[in-house]
Design a protein around this ligand. Structure first.
Ligand code: GH3
Ligand code: MG
Ligand code: MG
Length: 343
């Protein structure tokens, strides 16, 4: 009689797909029978070469393999699985004599999950060993998925769904390096919503958030897939245009400005119109680094604001020295402070 497992551990695992490789028909039949009874789906291979062919065509949660087989042996199967980086756990079938046990231990060292000795003591034990391997494989898959999701989350702005500042800084460094190495142009757009504080003051934070979301959607719509759009922070956005000169970036910026002017943003029962200002900087023949590019785009944005907003300005080298001479330093922060309308 089978005893009931303790509470909480009796959840049946989802059916697994398992490959059994052994040159003995009898052994294969025993393994297949036990696993099929437990609800799993089994494929069989009569030797290592056949197992490798099946591994090419299908993905298995676990492989139960004999060590001694003609053509390709169990070690061959194991090393192929590891070399190909397959997400499948390997269980070795081995005789219990001293030599074979030594081989089994070697297989464990090479990354096999476990071993079973022949003749199999009980079908239950065999099924349990295989199910433990399947569980391990599924947990490791779930872990990898989680890590990927967390990595994506840490680079995404939750309000707009755009990539965030962290992602921007990485992308900017990467693109600047590429532009310098291959001597290709690169453009950067810094966007800042005009008088956004008024939106917040008039419609509250939720109103401001609605504008930010819609604005992000407009940016996405205007730029090609290869252009990367980011929320830099607050109501500031950035767009990287690889392989683009400032002239090209300026045309893109004008398209965006037109779209923003045309847009009607719904905030509760009110329909809003907003505008933004854009600063454009480019690198040609690698004449600057990431910091320099940001500084240039900021300087240009400052000029767009000062010239009346709702426009794009391309960085002109002269203004950097002019600003330096006037004692203006730092990023847009200082520019913004100067632009803030008196309360
Ligand atoms: P300017 O045309 O000079 O850019 O004027 P502005 O009012 O847009 O400029 P400023 O930088 O002084 O103000 C930006 C405001 O953006 C301040 C803050 O209230 C608002 N803000 C920043 N982040 C968020 C956000 O995540 N949500 C909302 N709703 N508002 C934000
Ligand atoms: Mg701002
Ligand atoms: Mg603003």
């Amino acid at each position: 009689m089978q005893k009931n497992p303790p509470e909480g551990t009796d959840a049946k695992p989802a059916p697994a797909r398992i490959l059994v490789a052994d040159d003995s028909v009898v052994v294969r039949a025993i393994v297949r029978h036990g696993l099929a009874q437990a609800g799993h789906k089994i494929d069989e291979a009569a030797n290592g070469a056949e197992a490798l062919r099946l591994l090419e065509a299908h993905s298995y949660d676990a492989v139960v393999t004999d060590l001694r087989m003609p053509e390709v042996d169990g070690f061959g199967v194991l090393s192929a699985i590891k070399e190909r980086g397959l997400d499948t756990e390997v269980i070795i079938l081995t005789a219990s004599c001293k030599d074979d046990m030594r081989s089994a231990v070697r297989a464990l060292r090479l990354g096999a999950h476990d071993y079973l000795t022949k003749p199999l003591a009980s079908a239950e034990e065999m099924v349990m060993t295989v199910e433990r391997a399947v569980e391990k494989k599924r947990l490791s898959e779930a872990n990898k998925r989680l890590i990927r999701e967390l990595a994506a989350l840490s680079r995404t702005d939750t309000l707009t769904g755009l990539a965030n500042r962290r992602a921007f800084e990485e992308a900017l460094r990467g693109e600047v390096m590429r532009a310098r190495r291959y001597r290709v142009p690169l453009s950067l757009l810094m966007l800042d919503l005009d008088h956004f504080k008024k939106v917040n003051d008039t419609y509250g934070h939720p109103g401001g958030d609605a504008v930010l979301r819609d604005f992000a959607a407009i940016i996405r719509g205007v730029f090609r897939d290869t252009d990367a759009a980011f929320r830099y922070g607050g109501e500031e956005f950035a767009v990287l245009l690889p392989h683009s000169t400032a002239e090209h970036a300026e045309r893109a910026a004008e398209r965006l400005l037109a779209e923003v002017r045309r847009a009607r943003i719904q905030v509760g029962s009110t329909t809003l119109k907003v505008t933004c200002s854009i600063g454009i900087a480019d690198l040609r023949a690698g004449d600057g680094d990431a910091q320099e590019m940001l500084r240039r785009a900021d300087a240009a944005l400052y000029r767009a604001k000062a010239a009346g907003r709702d426009r794009a300005k391309v960085f002109v080298p002269a203004e950097a020295s002019q600003r330096a001479a006037a004692g203006v330093t730092g990023r847009v922060e200082s520019a913004r402070a100067g632009l803030r309308s008196p309360a």
